[in-house]
Structure formats: structure tokens, C-alpha cells
Design a protein. Structure first.
Lengths: 249, 379
């Protein structure tokens, strides 16, 4: 369980996050939605202490997250950036990086086995000796996700994980995240642009506007009025195959 | 969260099938991984063997015509007296200098390229080498850290206060590093612009070194000019020991931080999420890289491009795994410098060409290639 309380942040006097508070349970996927510049990416980097928030607190499982050591934090939360830096590194080595918070001097056989299991889970076995700079966008995103899972976190922070993917890979990645959250009781905070995707794969919805929380809750939070307020577009929410879909008018 | 094969998800509706039978057993995974690692170990050992062979060849190349076999005999305590004198008193110190300097420059280049996230970074391309040269020249000309041994020849010019030269070289190098770090971290300039900044700093320090010559006597001018070409024959055992000592400490530090460098390869934000103190790692990495480069440059002069080339060649073989990249780059740096030294003594024999000029000849085309590659990547 994660509890975010009063997170605020600013860059050079410009306030980008105002007093953000919300809670999410283990096993829940929380979609963070909002227009460009609403502060979504800044919020998850502040929650993960990748950036230092000006004020606010984050608790994971009842204990302060910010007060933990770097390695303890890395074992608690993992993060997948919107745009991954690729270098000449094999898929196996990239996933093994996720074990870094657990390594005292050298990798243990347990580290190797856990990474191999994740690689197999994510159907990346055929790529394991390939260099990640030769992979397609979808394959690379899976590798980054595998690395984040190798950290065995309680909370997974994903910044627009599907922004460069085709529909098949978008579905693969999001359904995998949804399944892994449920099965391993992970809390997932995921920045998304596609509201229909959020409705399909997520349980809770944090709508952000100008660095503040517009609303937070289950799918009843997503209304045509909220979409108009946040994105400035008229829309219709319809049901297709028992799923809510947002159509921009 | 605990991921093992027993914790399978049964949600087979999804695109990623989490419930399929696994093909690999855990022991197979380990043996796969060991195979994966053994390829890197083979590269490391091969480079070590190549270095030894290159060193033996280097010891046998020269005007006195000692065969490689004779060199091996000398090394095992046999061989003719004349051969012993030449190999032990002339060739071995020169080879030891080459190895020490190659290791220092290559390790520094390897770490600088990582922490600055810039494949074009090295002591010479960022102007750090030129800054260190300027500092050392100041020490020699204005603080009498070097004195000539009678003859008006630069070769006989020796450094009498190595510590002073090292300190000034480090100051010159670290001043450049401070500017580079400010540009990279605070202004956030692009990798290519950072190299342009290096060109500007390099020009400034080279001009500064030229200006110093106006204040120097003929012998010191000769020494400085000679120095700009680099010369492995200048350092004595004292200097060699100093370079090796700094290298040893740096190597231990870099190896200790190898996982941090691996994590930084995934980007600074990802590295932070993996528990890396990124700012501290960058600052310490740059400072120590500057220090070992400055120490090497203080004693042998400017030898360009080793720090740029060596890590790139090794990357082609083993990728960006700093567990192996750091020691392999060090060995590759030593090999390249010894090959350049052999070439400098054979191409126009009996004349000895300046080694710094040769490494620049070898390195500049690769530098251009990397710039083109960088441009394509950006596009």
C-alpha cells in the first residue's frame, strides 16, 4: 500500500505540483491522467525520490519511503522512464541491472535465476544475448519492464510505457502490468495519455490539472465533464463489449 | 514481490502468456549465464596475453636488434650482458611507462564516457589533457620543478619535483573538468556541444602553454615543445611507480563502482531508481579520471586519443558491462600505446617518431567516425 501526502514541487519559482495526496492498495493499478504539462511525470519522479519534492511525504506499507536508504528505496519502488537510454548491453545484462540494489559485491545464483525467470515470463528468451540497442520499441519496453520487476518492488512507477508502441505491443505491455500487479500484489502508478487504455487496464484514476489533483477514485471519476475540464475537448463515453471507451467528439 | 517460476499467472487471455511451461531449469539458467560471462573472461585474458606479447615484441624492437627470444632470456635472468643492459635499463622502463600511461588514459576515457553520457569524451577531447599539460608547464617554468642535466637537449631534461608537477597538472586538468561538469550538469549542453567546449578549452590551454614559452629559457622551451609530442622515454622508475600507484587506487575505486556505472548506462533517472548516488558517482568519477590522466600526462607529455579509442574497441567486443569494460579498456589502452611505440621506433628507423603524433594519426579518423555515428543517432 502506498500513501502520498502533500507532495509539492517547483522549478525556479514555478509551482509544478501542488499538495498532491492519494492512497492506493497493493494489487491496484493507478492511472495518472492529465493534459501535457499537468505534472504527471514530475509527480511519479517525486514519489520515487528520483527528484526531491519540495515538500510532502510518501509511505509504503506504513513506513516512510523518503527516510529509507538508497538501496532500500530501490528495493521498494522501481521506475521505467518514458524514454529509455539504450546502449550496447545485452538483454540479460540489462535485466540483471535490476538486481543492483541486492548486490553487495557480486551477483548471486539467486539473482541470475530470478532474472532468467522474469525473462522467460516476458518471452524475451530469444533476445537474451541480443544488444538492447538492436531491439524494437516494444521489445525494449519489455526489457525495461523486466529490469524494473527484477528489483522485486512493492510499487512500480511507469512513465508513459506505451507511448512509442503499436497497438499489439501496447496491449501486451499493459495487460502484463495489470496481471503482474494482481498476482504479485504490486501497486502500479502509471502515467497514461489514452483514457480508454486507462479504463481498460487500471483500477483507480488520478486526474491532474495544473499540478493539482482534479479528482481521484474508481472509473466513475472519468466523466465527460472531467475530460472537458482537463483536456478541453468534448467527448462521449460509450460501452463496447462491457468496456468503457472514450470517443473524442 | 517475489518472482520465481512457481508463481505463475494464469491469465492466459493476455498477450503475454505467463502460464506457459518453462523451457529452462534453474541450473540451465546458471550455465547459460556462465557461458555468457565466459565470453567476456576470454576477451579479458586474451587482451592480457596480447599485452604480454606486445611488450616482449616492443622490448626487442630497436636499433640494437635484440630478438624476442633474447628478451625472454633476459627476463628469466639469462641473456648477454649487452642485451641485459638495454632491455632492463632502457626498454623495460619505457614499456612500463607505456603500460602505466595507457592504463591511466584508457580507464579515464572509459569512465568519462560513462558518467558524462558522452561517447566522444576523453581527457584529450575534453581539453583536460591540454589543461594538465599547461599546469605541468607552469610548474616546470615558473616553479623550477624540472631542471636540465647539462646538455641543451630536451631528452635530458628531467623532472626534479614530480609531486609539484603532478599537483600543477592536476590543477590544470581539474579546472577544465570543473568547466566541463558545469556545462554538462548545469547548462545541460548536448554531448557534441560539450566536445566543442573541449575544443575551446583545449585551444585556450595550448595557447597558454605557447605563451609560457616566451618566459622560458631555450632548454625549457625545447622541453615543453618536445613534451607536446609525448615521450615514453622520459619517465624514470620513480615516476612510473607514481603513475602505477594512482592507477591502482583508481582501478580499485572504479571496479568497486562497476554496478553504478552499469546503472548509469540506463540513464541518470533509472540509475537513481536503482539506488545509485548519481551526482556523487559522476563527480568522483570525473575527479579520479582527471587525476590519473593528469599524473600520466605530467610525466610523459600529451598522448592523445588513447582514452577515446581503447574503450570503444572493447565495447565492440563485450558491450557496456563495466565489470569487464574497465579492466579490458585498461589492457587495450596499454596495448595500443605499446603498438604506437613500436611503430614510432620502426616506421622511420633509426629516427624515433613522436608517439603522440602517431596516436593522433590513428585516433583522429576514429574520432571522426564516432562523430558521424553520433550525428546519425541524433537524426
Amino acid at each position: 500500500m502506498i500513501s502520498v501526502r502533500g507532495i509539492s514541487h517547483s522549478y525556479g519559482g514555478k509551482v509544478v505540483l501542488r499538495d498532491i495526496s492519494f492512497e492506493a492498495q497493493a494489487g491496484e493499478c493507478v492511472a495518472i491522467l492529465g493534459n501535457n504539462g499537468a505534472g504527471k511525470s514530475t509527480l511519479i519522479t517525486c514519489i520515487g525520490k528520483i527528484k526531491n519534492a519540495k515538500s510532502g511525504e510518501v509511505d509504503v506499507d506504513g513506513q516512510s519511503f523518503f527516510d529509507r536508504t538508497r538501496n532500500e528505496r530501490a528495493r521498494t519502488m522501481s521506475y521505467v522512464a518514458q524514454k529509455s537510454e539504450v546502449s550496447q548491453m545485452t538483454v540479460m545484462d540489462a535485466v540483471l541491472l535490476g538486481r543492483k540494489p541486492y548486490i553487495s559485491w557480486a551477483l548471486s545464483s539467486e539473482d541470475v535465476e530470478k532474472c532468467a525467470a522474469i525473462i522467460e515470463h516476458m518471452e524475451l528468451e530469444d533476445f537474451r544475448t541480443r544488444s538492447i540497442d538492436e531491439l524494437s520499441g516494444g521489445e525494449l519496453q519489455k526489457v525495461m519492464l523486466a529490469r524494473a520487476l527484477a528489483q522485486e518492488p512493492r510499487v512500480l512507477l511507469l512513465d508513459e510505457p506505451t507511448s512509442n508502441l503499436d497497438p499489439k505491443n501496447q496491449h501486451d505491455v499493459l495487460s502484463f502490468v495489470q496481471a503482474i500487479a494482481k498476482h504479485h500484489q504490486l501497486t502500479v502508478l502509471i502515467v497514461l495519455h489514452d483514457i480508454s487504455h486507462a479504463l481498460r487496464y487500471c483500477d483507480k484514476f488520478l486526474l491532474m490539472q495544473d499540478g493539482a489533483v482534479y479528482s481521484y477514485g474508481d472509473d466513475s471519476t472519468i466523466t465527460e465533464e472531467a475530460i472537458f475540464d482537463i483536456y478541453g475537448v468534448a467527448s462521449s463515453i460509450i460501452e463496447v463489449n462491457n468496456r468503457k471507451v472514450v470517443i473524442v467528439d | 514481490m517475489h518472482l520465481t517460476r512457481n508463481h505463475r499467472n494464469d491469465d492466459s487471455r493476455h498477450g503475454l502468456n505467463l502460464d506457459r511451461a518453462h523451457h529452462h531449469s534453474e541450473s540451465e539458467d546458471l550455465s547459460d549465464y556462465r557461458k555468457h560471462l565466459s565470453a567476456k573472461w576470454i576477451v579479458l585474458f586474451s587482451l592480457a596475453v596480447i599485452l604480454v606479447i606486445t611488450a616482449v615484441v616492443s622490448a626487442s624492437v630497436g636499433s640494437s636488434g635484440i630478438s624476442p627470444l633474447e628478451v625472454v632470456r633476459v627476463l628469466f635472468g639469462a641473456g648477454a650482458d649487452a642485451s641485459r643492459t638495454i632491455v632492463l635499463n632502457v626498454r623495460i622502463p619505457q614499456i612500463a611507462t607505456g603500460i602505466a600511461v595507457g592504463v591511466a588514459l584508457a580507464m579515464a576515457g572509459c569512465i568519462m564516457q560513462n558518467v558524462l553520457r558522452n561517447p566522444l569524451a576523453s581527457a584529450s577531447t575534453l581539453g583536460i589533457a591540454q589543461g594538465a599539460s599547461f599546469g605541468a608547464a607552469v610548474a616546470i617554468v615558473f616553479f623550477q620543478a624540472g631542471v636540465q642535466l647539462g646538455a641543451a637537449s630536451a631528452v635530458t631534461h628531467t623532472i626534479t619535483s614530480p609531486y609539484l608537477v603532478v599537483i600543477f597538472a592536476f590543477l590544470g586538468g581539474i579546472a577544465t573538468t570543473a568547466v566541463i561538469l558545469l556545462l554538462a550538469r548545469v547548462s545541460g549542453v548536448s554531448p557534441t556541444s560539450l566536445i566543442l567546449a573541449g575544443v575551446a578549452l583545449s585551444a585556450m590551454f595550448t595557447a597558454g602553454t605557447a605563451l609560457i614559452q616566451y618566459f622560458a629559457d631555450d632548454i625549457r622551451i625545447a622541453s615543453i615543445v618536445h613534451w607536446t609530442f609525448g615521450n615514453l622515454g622520459r619517465a624514470g622508475w620513480n615516476e612510473i611507480a607514481i603513475i602505477f600507484a594512482f592507477n591502482a587506487v583508481a582501478l580499485i575505486y572504479f571496479i568497486y563502482n562497476r554496478w553504478n556505472y552499469n546503472a548509469i548506462e540506463a540513464g541518470n533517472d533509472t540509475a537513481k531508481s536503482l539506488g545509485v548516488n548519481v551526482d556523487g558517482t559522476v563527480l568522483a568519477g570525473m575527479t579520479i579520471s582527471t587525476l590519473i590522466s593528469a599524473v600520466a600526462i605530467a610525466f610523459v607529455g600529451t598522448i592523445n586519443f588513447i582514452g577515446l579509442i581503447a574503450p570503444h574497441i572493447v565495447r565492440r567486443l563485450i558491450g557496456n558491462d563495466y565489470r569487464f569494460l574497465i579492466p579490458c579498456s585498461a589492457l587495450m589502452g596499454a596495448i595500443i600505446i605499446l603498438v604506437a611505440d613500436i611503430a614510432s621506433r620502426t616506421i622511420a628507423s633509426p629516427a624515433i617518431l613522436p608517439i603522440g603524433a602517431l596516436t593522433s594519426f590513428m585516433g583522429a579518423p576514429l574520432f571522426l567516425y564516432l562523430i558521424i555515428k553520433q550525428g546519425k543517432k541524433a537524426a
